[in-house]
Ligand binder design. Structure first.
Ligand code: SAM
Length: 486
């Protein structure tokens, strides 16, 4: 018995260490962003230098563009860095150091938590509407201790930023920032020894360059994707896309729940909530809204925007600098975007708004979730499943009888075409079969249409990928009706 307990403990420690490892890798990807982005500019410069003098003369503005790109990267990096400073990891970041030394020894997993701890890592917002993202057993702590710098304080985009010609000087200044902060943290924190005499790690030491892993460039690409997602959810430029995707959902919810009362607002779950805007809008509509998301990339960023924004337009980022393709002009490519377009805390959220970290299947396929939700909203989500049948079954289970499932999205199966990973489960159904499965799980389709939309697309690009997304409202039949029809 004791041996079993020990084995379970050992297993759990190992799992936790792997989670920490995976989170370290994601933090490292964020921290590697400046280096990777500056390396791209180095490449543009090398190519430019290879041109003949005549061709160089023709493109004499290019060196200035490279310099501007570097400044934009610095400003993006500052945003990312401040976001990481504000992040409170839900795990003890010092614990994996001995167990996993090699950066690539484990399959990479972007996801939050795994195994049992997924059971319910959900965090209600406090009455102030603050969204919490901490471990399940930690109370919502309210104010963060760490100081947040706004871009406007650090770098004014209208000001001439000091010339930073080499990527090195830029990184070293970021590192200097880091060292300074570390010293401050150490002087402010009273490291507390536990009963075993272990001293807890000092705050933010996981941001120290010595803890940073070298991550593959694909990981840094994910950071660039997050920057594009920020535009979709939190910039005025994303409004058109939000109108295409979120507005029909919000209008449908508004029409289906006309008598929402402050005393007992209906409960709505948004699995795969991304950066949280749709979940926030649903909250503002008068629902007890919960976003569920399993990517740390997403959660670190949404937590920052939702909890730490002080005003609308507080941050400037340059989301489009990473591609030279399909630009109409350099100024289009180098245009700044202000975020967030609204101040989330003043948006009028309904009490009970929360973001729940973890895998949808693991968190919600739990007896405590049966018949809990009045509405489930899936936007660009159902095709993320390994097994879409399982997603639909869970959605049906967690809805109340008569509850509604509103879906908008394509069927671009996330795990399709995973060449070389033979055991990767992926059930890829046509829309017709998805609907058949939904009928089987007791849904009745009340509304169906196709919505043309983009997803994280640069609105000024010469390339605009479009989806003809399926939109539906399906109602979970009540048990008596189900019996009658079967
Ligand atoms: C295509 S994005 C859509 C995000 C958002 N709904 C939107 O429309 O912008 C899909 C999201 O689902 C998340 N996701 C994928 N599988 C998940 C799972 N099993 N549990 C929770 N979230 C998941 C991804 O991390 C990603 O943020």
């Amino acid at each position: 018995m004791e041996e079993e307990d020990e084995e379970r403990c050992r297993q759990r420690r190992l799992e936790e260490a792997l989670e920490v490892k995976s989170l370290r890798r994601i933090i490292s990807a964020y921290l590697n962003y400046p280096e990777a982005a500056h390396e791209d500019v180095n490449r543009y410069e090398r190519c430019f230098k290879k041109l003949s003098p005549a061709h160089k003369d023709l493109l004499s503005h290019s060196p200035t563009k490279f310099q501007r790109l570097r400044r934009c990267i610095s400003i993006n990096s500052r945003f990312i860095f401040t976001m990481l400073e504000a992040f409170d990891p839900p795990l003890d970041m010092s614990q994996d150091m001995d167990i996993c030394e090699e950066p690539h020894e484990h399959p990479h997993n972007d996801n939050l938590f795994s195994g049992e701890r997924n059971a319910c890592p959900c965090h209600p917002a406090s009455t102030s509407g603050r969204m919490c993202f901490t471990e399940a057993d930690q109370a919502c702590s309210g104010e963060q201790n760490n100081e947040i710098h706004k871009t406007s304080e650090v770098m004014d985009t209208n000001e001439e930023v000091e010339a930073e010609d080499s990527y090195k000087s830029k990184t070293s200044s970021l590192r200097a920032d880091l060292e300074n902060r570390k010293e401050t943290d150490q002087s402010c924190s009273n490291d507390i020894a536990d009963s075993n005499g272990n001293v807890s790690s000092s705050p933010r030491e996981w941001l120290n360059p010595s803890f940073q892993l070298n991550v593959p460039l694909v990981d840094v690409d994910k950071v660039r994707c997050i920057v594009r997602n920020v535009v979709r959810d939190w910039a005025a430029e994303g409004q058109k896309e939000r109108d295409q995707c979120y507005k029909p959902i919000l209008e449908e919810l508004d029409a289906l729940f006309p008598n929402r009362s402050d005393e007992s607002p209906p409960a709505c779950l948004v699995p795969g909530a991304g950066l949280g805007r749709l979940a926030l809008e649903i909250s503002c509509l008068g629902f007890v809204s919960q976003g569920n998301e399993f990517s740390y990339y997403m959660m670190i960023c949404s937590s920052f925007i939702l909890n730490h924004s002080e005003t609308a337009g507080e941050w400037t980022i340059y989301p489009w600098i990473h591609s030279n393709c399909n630009s109409l002009s350099d100024s289009d490519q180098l245009r700044p975007v202000l975020i967030p377009d609204i101040h989330p805390a003043s948006a009028g959220i309904t009490e009970g708004f929360s973001m729940c970290g973890g895998d949808f299947v693991e968190v919600y396929n739990d007896p405590s979730q049966i018949g809990v939700w009045d509405a489930v909203v899936t936007c660009f989500f159902i095709d993320t499943a390994h097994n879409i049948v399982e997603y639909i079954e869970i959605i049906s289970k967690i809805l109340k009888e008569g509850g509604v499932w509103i879906n908008l999205g394509p069927l671009l199966y996330h795990f399709a075409d995973m060449y070389g990973q033979e055991d990767e489960m992926s059930i890829e159904l046509s829309l017709e079969d998805v609907k058949k499965v939904a009928l089987h799980y007791g849904f009745e389709f009340e509304k169906e249409k196709t919505i043309e939309t983009t997803y994280t697309t640069n609105p000024r690009s010469m390339m605009q990928n479009r989806y003809y997304a399926a939109f539906w409202t399906a109602r979970k039949k009540s048990a008596s009706l189900k019996h009658a029809s079967s």
